[in-house]
Ligand binder design. Structure first.
Ligand SMILES: C[S@@+](CC[C@H](N)C(=O)[O-])C[C@H]1O[C@@H](n2cnc3c(N)ncnc32)[C@H](O)[C@@H]1O
Length: 211
């Protein structure tokens, strides 16, 4: 039985921050870039798969009102311990989100979607809780199954109904180099703004379209 992300990250939680530095996973590159031209003051931001809350705290320092969610109780516990006045919730992102429609100005999911089996449902929930024109920032690892608990199939959630700037063929060609298998998964409700390869990570920025 492969280890579940929950038990994997419960076990990693205590040392996660030093481990991610060693692994050179830097989510801050992506949030800084995604939000570089906007004020975060008072923005409601969902940090999905927040881990120990490093990004969640950074968002709060910029004046945002972040909300962290993670499947790992241990991650949430440590995040809460290291943060002041930031709500954290232990919740599986495969399940519906416990928020009303259009609750957030932005949703970020950094280094987390690759652990979720059915991201269609998860990303549809992100679309539901985002305000119209709200920003979705997703960033996930492109390479194979190097991490226990990670999805065997690599998922790419572009869709032919979304108006992306690159064609589906271009996206397939770009990813065939790296992915064992590619799923172009339908996710309605987003306008794709940018896709970007960054080291071994792929970044996606999209706007919520839900009215
Ligand atoms: C690689 S860490 C990334 C943490 C943080 N976002 C960062 O960039 O440092 C992945 C996180 O996703 C969480 N995660 C994995 N599957 C999840 C799920 N189904 N629901 C919620 N969180 C999940 C893990 O518990 C872990 O904290």
């Amino acid at each position: 039985m492969p280890e579940s992300p929950q038990s994997l990250f419960d076990a990693l939680a205590q040392d996660y921050e030093s481990m991610r530095r060693e692994l050179k996973w830097d989510p801050f590159v992506h949030i800084r870039e995604a939000f570089h031209d906007m004020s975060l003051k008072d923005l409601d931001i969902l940090d999905a798969g927040c881990g120990t809350g490093e990004c969640t705290r950074w968002l709060a320092q910029q004046g945002a009102k972040p909300y962290g969610i993670d499947i790992s109780d241990e991650m949430c516990f440590i995040a809460a311990d290291r943060s002041e006045n930031i709500p954290y919730l232990a919740h599986d992102l495969s399940e519906p989100l416990p928020f009303g429609n259009a609750r957030f100005d932005a949703v970020i999911a950094l280094g987390c979607l690759e652990y979720i089996e059915n991201i269609e449902a998860t990303v549809a929930e992100f679309a539901r809780v985002l305000k119209p024109n709200g920003m979705f920032l997703g960033c996930f690892e492109r390479y194979g199954d190097d991490c226990p608990g990670k999805n065997e199939k690599n998922v790419v959630f572009f869709d032919e109904w979304m108006r992306y700037r690159q064609s589906e063929t271009e996206i397939r060609q770009m990813h065939e180099k790296y992915f064992k298998s590619i799923e172009i998964t339908p996710v309605r409700g987003f306008l794709l703004e940018e896709t970007n390869e960054y080291t071994q990570y792929l970044r996606v920025i999209a706007k919520g379209l839900r009215q």
